[in-house]
Design a protein around this ligand. Structure first.
Ligand code: HMG
Ligand code: MG
Length: 311
């Protein structure tokens, strides 16, 4: 019987340490047909916190009509032990979201903009320019208040309505987010169409334009099964933060072709095998995913989780 850890074979020129940014409680649950109560979402986050994860997205302060699954994120934060060194970022699309997040004690927020016109309208209800300006304003206000701000970019590797996306759009948007006070940029492959060469090309354009690689994270959806290969391409260019969701839950309610995020356990199996340190216990994550699957009443997408649990 195989152990639940892979054999380690290191490779030169890869980061030795990587941050896994856990999004199951936000990106994962926002796309599930079942809405889990705030208490259960808080339980999920607490379980994830005990696996060694240190960045765990806790929810969104968005319209509950638009995303009912994230309603009552304030109650989720109320249940958590804030200020313990683990960050629990929340999404804030506008000033109201930021004020509510601050009132709930959030210390980390994420703004989110699209690099395409169509998804700006589908996801945020207005034009690219208006929604970008709104999010830059929120980012600046939060940074001014001493909060840590992440900037998400959606549709970085293609858009279901508009098709290919010019990497220069990603460069421009990244620079604007960093200028506004974001400390990191998460490149969203919202519909999961990216392939490793595409990831390398976009990262190369960003790095050539002077965007520091240590500010870049990769946010993958595994729609076409490319997420892990894309992570490997990004590792080779020095990216050291990757978004993932326990069990591979998730998607995006405003982009029907998006499926779940890369599963955290699948990411960890590869990183552990490469000898890249994350501080996260893969078995504990797999157990949490099984628990989450029970809450959602369905088997989850993660291949690694199924393999570990069936051992
Ligand atoms: P809008 O309709 O343009 O704005 O929405 P509005 O100001 O007219 O507000 C509409 C309603 O929302 C009003 O309520 C507001 O009070 C309420 P009503 O009068 O109809 O009862 N509202 C709010 N309620 C609570 N908190 C708020 C808030 N703001 C307004 N902060 C808005 C614009 C962006 C607010 C809305 O469309 C919305 O909340 N959309 C949800 C967006 C979202 O959460 N998308 C999913 C996350 S992004 C994602 O998944 C991509 C990512 O994973 C990366 C990737 O994969 O690419 C990050
Ligand atoms: Mg996403």
């Amino acid at each position: 019987m195989m152990d639940s850890l892979p054999q380690v074979f290191t490779q030169d020129n890869l980061p030795t340490q990587v941050r896994v940014y856990e999004v199951s409680a936000r990106d994962g649950l926002q796309a599930e047909s079942i809405t889990l109560p705030a208490k259960v979402r808080a339980q999920l986050i607490s379980r994830l916190a005990s696996t060694g994860l240190t960045s765990i997205e806790a929810g969104s302060f968005v319209s509950p009509k638009a995303v009912p699954q994230m309603a009552d994120t304030r109650s989720v934060l109320d249940e958590l032990d804030l200020g313990t060194g683990i960050s629990y970022p929340v999404l804030t699309p506008n000033r109201r979201g930021l004020e509510d997040a601050m009132a709930a004690g959030a210390q980390d927020i994420a703004v989110f903009v699209s690099v395409t016109e169509s998804f700006s309208r589908a996801n945020l209800g207005d034009s690219l320019e208006v929604t970008t300006a709104r999010n830059l304003d929120v980012a600046a206000a939060a940074a001014e208040a001493g909060m840590r701000v992440r900037g998400y970019l959606s549709m970085v590797f293609g858009d279901p309505w508009e098709g290919p996306v010019d990497p220069q759009r990603v460069v421009t948007a990244s620079a604007r987010l960093l200028d506004a006070g974001c400390s990191s940029i998460s490149l969203g492959d919202t519909i999961g169409t990216a392939t490793p060469g595409h990831v390398s090309a976009v990262l190369t354009a960003l790095i050539a334009a002077g965007i520091p690689v240590e500010t870049i994270a990769l946010h993958t959806h595994n729609t076409y099964g490319q997420a892990l290969a894309n992570v490997f391409a990004a590792l080779q260019l020095g990216v050291n933060e990757f978004d993932a969701a326990a069990g591979g839950v998730g998607g995006c309610p405003f982009a029907g072709s998006a499926t779940g995020n890369l599963a955290t356990e699948d990411l960890l199996w590869m990183l552990d095998g490469l000898g890249i340190s994350t501080g996260v216990d893969i078995r504990a994550v797999a157990e949490t995913s099984q628990w989450l699957g029970q809450q959602l009443g369905k088997p989850l997408a993660s291949a690694t989780s199924a393999a570990i649990v069936n051992q």
